[in-house]
Design a binder for this molecule. Structure first.
Ligand SMILES: Nc1ncnc2c1ncn2[C@@H]1O[C@H](COP(=O)(O)OP(=O)(O)OP(=O)(O)O)[C@@H](O)[C@H]1O
Ligand SMILES: O=c1ccn([C@@H]2O[C@H](COP(=O)(O)O)[C@@H](O)[C@H]2O)c(=O)[nH]1
Ligand SMILES: [Mg+2]
Length: 245
């Protein structure tokens, strides 16, 4: 049986932040006496995650479109916390957690793990992080995932990135990835592409209609693509995204 999601639990966290974060958060803010540039946010123990007013970015795109690669660059440049849903599931499998074999089979077949499992893992990581800016990579995969996140976490993303890549290029990248992933083979990739088209494109369409989608042409070098991502997160870009929602 799949486990159910636990309720939101209060956490205490401390984080370095930019002035943007301060403006965007409901945290009590104070300046460290050691630095005039690095304000520290102190969170009340009773404050729920939602009240932290986090900045949430969903990062979507087909298998091999470069989500993880670009997230790494966003982390280095803008200091986000990167949460890859697929990576969280792979960690669960490696730690032999409950249902690990069902999860492994699901991933091998390119299917989608039940929402309550994935949302619980994302929730735990977000709540225990002292960062308040999140990149949620490879999630939501389905409309059901999206609704589960919104209902359980009580928040919507501030912005949604979509790395738009041709199938031919995605297949080439996945088959060359060479990281030992059980789903990096031609049979599973074909299934993942189908699942992406049928289940993930409606999510992308939903956010497009909500004005939250930032579509990026993901063909080119990693650096070329990052130059298209950068303005979205530059100080002005983030402010306008934040206040637009
Ligand atoms: N712009 C690019 N050009 C060529 N290769 C790239 C580019 N971006 C990423 N890659 C390579 O393609 C492979 C897939 O990239 P990455 O792991 O970032 O994709 P992903 O979208 O996270 O895929 P998945 O959904 O399967 O996790 C990696 O080996 C990566 O080094
Ligand atoms: O929200 C999610 C994210 C991922 N999965 C499963 O994991 C694999 C790999 O995901 P990547 O994002 O490509 O690392 C994916 O094909 C799904 O089987 C999931 O079920 N739900
Ligand atoms: Mg990835």
């Amino acid at each position: 049986m799949w486990r159910r999601v636990t309720s939101l639990s209060p956490v205490i966290s401390t984080s370095k932040s930019t002035s943007f974060d301060q403006a965007a958060s409901g945290f009590k803010i104070w300046r460290s006496s050691f630095s005039t540039e690095t304000p520290t946010m102190v969170k009340d123990a009773t404050t729920s995650f939602k009240e932290r007013n986090p900045f949430i970015t969903f990062v979507l795109g087909g298998p091999g479109s470069g989500k993880g690669t670009q997230c790494q660059k966003i982390v280095e440049t803008f200091g986000f916390k990167h949460l890859s849903a697929g990576e969280l599931l792979r960690r669960e499998i490696e730690s032999n957690s409950e249902n690990w074999s069902q999860m492994l089979n699901t991933i091998k077949e390119g299917r989608i793990v039940p929402s309550e499992v994935t949302v619980r893992l994302i929730q735990q990581e977000m709540e225990s992080s002292d960062n308040n800016k999140f990149l949620i990579d490879g999630f939501p995969r389905t409309e059901e995932n999206r609704i589960a996140f919104e209902q359980l976490i009580g928040l919507e993303p501030n912005v949604v990135l979509f790395f738009d890549c041709s199938e031919e290029e995605m297949v080439k990248r996945v088959l060359n990835r060479n990281q030992g992933r059980v789903d990096d083979n031609i049979d599973t990739v074909k299934k993942r592409l189908k699942v992406f088209e049928i289940l993930n494109l409606p999510v992308i369409d939903y956010y497009s209609k909500r004005g939250k989608l930032r579509k990026i042409d993901a063909v080119g070098t990693e650096d070329e693509i990052f130059e298209k991502v950068r303005p979205i997160f530059s100080a002005c870009g983030m402010m306008s995204h934040y206040f637009a929602f």
